[in-house]
Design a protein around this ligand. Structure first.
Ligand code: MN
Ligand code: MN
Length: 306
């Protein structure tokens, strides 16, 4: 059958990286010996913490795949977040937890569920297929679920995610609360990043109806640490707005301990943030109480108010 390239979205997060590794393992167990875990960008610090904890290598870095190649998409299905020639490859499978954004001219295995993490779906696939989950796979899955659900506190977290984490922690022999907090904190270390890197860490291009926006989310254990860089962040955000012709650039600085986000909003549609959350931007910023999920608490609310 030839190689099968497995990858998650650009700007990879822990779910995207671990899901490509786990999916490659799953495919190999099913007999697809040429399944290769790949990635479309560098692991972030949180993901590095997980890989170092397990002493394993990141998936293979690729920029593109040849036309006609077999691929499996994990943790995304939107062509915007994928390889550029997605329409010219053969998508064998998708395992995901995002809204449907893909159209193909051929049938494929498509499994998406409204759960907090792709790895929760992977966990179910292992169970359904009677495939054993070893300690390493359990730790990868567990790490991603903790990451995507912010230690089971995000509104995207479902009972299935909680159940999976508890069972996986048992298999991995990990105290998931302690491990999870260390992992999340490792991801909040911004010391080695330039302003530009911070603004691209977890940036997604999203259209709220006609409002062309970028929403970038940065996790922190202390909002004031990031706000110290506000002047420099805003200067670069304004440049990106001009370069990319954006109507809105939202930087969400998410406090992973207290589950709030400070937003910095720039661009001619910045008032959409005020309208959507009933807040007043002062000096381009406001606290969005209880907002931690871009997928559930930003995209639908901003779209509805746009
Ligand atoms: Mn992801
Ligand atoms: Mn995910």
């Amino acid at each position: 059958m030839g190689k099968t390239y497995i990858f998650g979205h650009k700007n990879p997060d822990t779910d995207t990286i671990t899901s490509s590794l786990v999916m490659a393992n799953f495919e190999q167990k099913l007999g697809n010996t040429e399944a290769v875990a790949c990635r479309l960008g560098n692991p972030n610090k949180e993901t590095e913490y997980v890989l170092n904890y397990l002493g394993i290598e990141a998936p293979k870095l690729i920029e593109s795949v040849e036309d006609g190649a077999n691929v499996i998409l994990v943790d995304h299905n939107s062509p915007k977040e994928s390889i550029d020639n997605l329409e010219n490859v053969n998508i064998l499978k998708v395992v995901d937890h995002h809204k449907l954004a893909l159209e193909t001219s051929y049938p494929l295995f498509y499994r998406a569920e409204a759960v907090g993490c792709t790895e929760t779906v992977m966990y179910k696939l292992y169970r359904e297929n009677g495939i054993e989950i070893d300690k390493k796979i359990a730790t990868l899955m567990l790490s991603a679920i903790i990451s995507d659900t912010l230690l089971l506190k995000s509104p995207t977290c479902t009972n299935e995610d909680v159940k999976a984490v508890k069972e996986l922690a048992e298999i991995a022999g990990i105290n998931y609360e302690e491990y999870g907090l260390e992992m999340l904190k490792a991801g909040t270390d911004l010391s080695s990043f330039s302003i530009d890197e911070i603004l691209h860490l977890d940036a997604k291009a999203i259209d709220f109806k006609n409002v062309k926006a970028v929403v970038n989310q940065v996790n922190t254990a202390d909002i004031s640490d990031v706000m110290k860089m506000k002047v420099d962040l805003e200067a670069r955000m304004n440049e990106i707005i001009n370069e990319e012709g954006l109507d809105l650039f939202m930087l969400l600085i998410t406090d992973i301990i207290n589950s709030n986000s400070q937003v910095i909003a720039l661009g001619k549609s910045a008032s959409l943030v005020e309208k959507s959350y009933g807040v007043k931007l002062e000096d381009n910023t406001a606290l969005l109480k209880g907002v931690v999920s871009r997928k559930k608490q930003v995209v639908p609310i901003m779209t509805e108010n746009a």
